[in-house]
Design a binder for this molecule. Sequence first.
Ligand SMILES: C[S@@+](CC[C@H](N)C(=O)[O-])C[C@H]1O[C@@H](n2cnc3c(N)ncnc32)[C@H](O)[C@@H]1O
Length: 233
Amino acid sequence: MDRRVADTPEIDWSRYPLPRVRHHVNSHAYLPASQHLLLPAWYPTVRPDADWATWFANGLPADVLDIGCGRGAFLLRHALAYPELNILGLEVRQTLISWIQGVIDGESLGNAHSEWFSIANGLDWVPGHSVQYAVYLFPDPWPKKRHHKRRAFNDEFLKILHRVLVQGGRIWLATDRPEVDQHQREVLSRSDLFTVSPPLSEEEWPFPFTTDQQMFCDSKSIPYVRYYAERRP
Ligand SMILES: C[S@@+](CC[C@H](N)C(=O)[O-])C[C@H]1O[C@@H](n2cnc3c(N)ncnc32)[C@H](O)[C@@H]1O
């Protein structure tokens, strides 16, 4: 993909004050709906289908998935830089989704949409081989062993992404946590669905805009690693 930035307009963030957001939601939101007897009101929407016609101005499905899009800085700048791509953010924290949608509407971004959704529930509503690439950037680390089940990146995650990605489509990955890097590499190495790249340099990373967590890491000089997993046939 081409690296685009020079003429990208910037958002006047002062128009969109961020609400107070809790770091995590109820721990059960990170587990699939199938593991719940009853779905409480705080559980993210379990989608039976997608409403592409409403979500994107051109009415077409998503070209790009931003999984765990957080506060959406990357998602929004991505959409501004690539107006020809439909970019869909998925995020388990509802307050953030409401805020991001406010920015999308305020900036009249017809190629961006964000959904309150837990990736633990799969992507059955996304057509097969329709997504050009996905980004999974600075996921929650869940360092305690008993919390590992909340990590979205697992064998099932790879199967799901293999189904929705086009041939040769990539999952772009970034993390500042060595244990997350190791976990992802272990999951990838036992799968024959993706080929993993070595760590990428700044020049090899195609996105010239930062995520919120990346900005935090940069401000504190916290190192991070970035790479991709490319879909095999
Ligand atoms: C550390 S933040 C990083 C956000 C953003 N990607 C960035 O780089 O700034 C991780 C995000 O993933 C979201 N998340 C965690 N588990 C998720 C899940 N199962 N489905 C959707 N989003 C999830 C969290 O709510 C959080 O906003």
